[in-house]
Design a protein around this ligand. Structure first.
Ligand SMILES: *Cc1c(COP(=O)(O)O)cnc(C)c1O
Length: 228
């Protein structure tokens, strides 16, 4: 095992034991919580090392950077969790297995039209923002959510998986609000929706509130270089 792989393995073990403890504390089944490694700003070497440890799916923020990685590792899956610009919709559909950051109608309409033209199906998540300007990370405001859900549900190429969110740091109330939102829409739509919330610093609170997917970057790969 290379030094890089050994480092990653140690970090992965730590994260998995944090997840196991949090699941136990919350009375949840460990297998309900997916760990999505976030590889933004990480090198191809780091992804190769993660792959050697058995990780197969990665989250990326930027279409250009993620595309280069997807092309370098055709046997791995990459998902995009934005922010996604409308003019990057086509490469996003081409190179990413899931679109996790649909947060406005014009983007949803463009993705839907392109996916139909390209005859592609991409599991899609809506990024929600319940906190107004608090995060500035994108996300659909609550009043616009019904139209967005309706638009995605109208076609078959972007099947709605659930909600993704980046709540303000340190707010476990935000996780509870998201869990409530998910429950509400599950009931309205009569279908199961997943919740992607929780990152390196707050995975415990997210698990307690019922997250289905944790997006973990720095706790796994170490601090990101911001050079890019
Ligand atoms: C960077 C990023 C993450 C990972 O954050 P860490 O705190 O490094 O775990 C998760 N989700 C999104 C949308 C991100 O941009």
């Amino acid at each position: 095992m290379s030094p890089l792989e050994a480092d990653l393995q140690a970090n992965l073990n730590d994260i998995r034991s944090r997840i196991a403890q949090a699941c136990q504390a919350a009375g949840r089944d460990l297998r309900e919580v997916e760990l999505l490694p976030v590889s933004k700003f990480q090198s191809l070497e780091a992804i190769r090392a993660a792959k050697a440890l058995g990780l197969t799916r990665f989250g990326e923020n930027y279409v250009q950077e993620g595309t280069a990685k997807a092309l370098a590792f055709p046997d791995l899956e990459f998902v995009i969790h934005g922010p996604l610009q409308r003019n990057k919709a086509k490469p996003a559909l081409q190179h990413f297995h899931e679109i996790m950051c649909v947060d406005r109608l014009d983007l949803a309409l463009r993705l839907a039209r392109l996916a139909q033209e390209m005859e592609l199906t991409r599991p899609t998540w809506i990024q929600v923002d319940l906190w107004g300007e608090a995060t500035k990370m994108g996300g659909c405001p609550l009043p616009e959510l019904p139209a967005l859900i309706e638009t995605l549900s109208a076609g078959s190429h972007l099947p709605l998986q659930g909600f993704m969110a980046i709540p303000p740091p340190g707010s476990s109330r935000a996780f509870t609000q998201l869990a409530y939102l998910r429950g509400d829409w599950q009931q309205r739509l009569g279908k199961k929706l997943r919740l992607s919330m929780g990152m390196s610093d707050d995975l415990e609170a997210a698990i307690a509130a019922g997250t289905d997917q944790l997006r973990i970057g720095s706790a796994l790969f170490g601090a990101r270089s911001t050079a890019q």
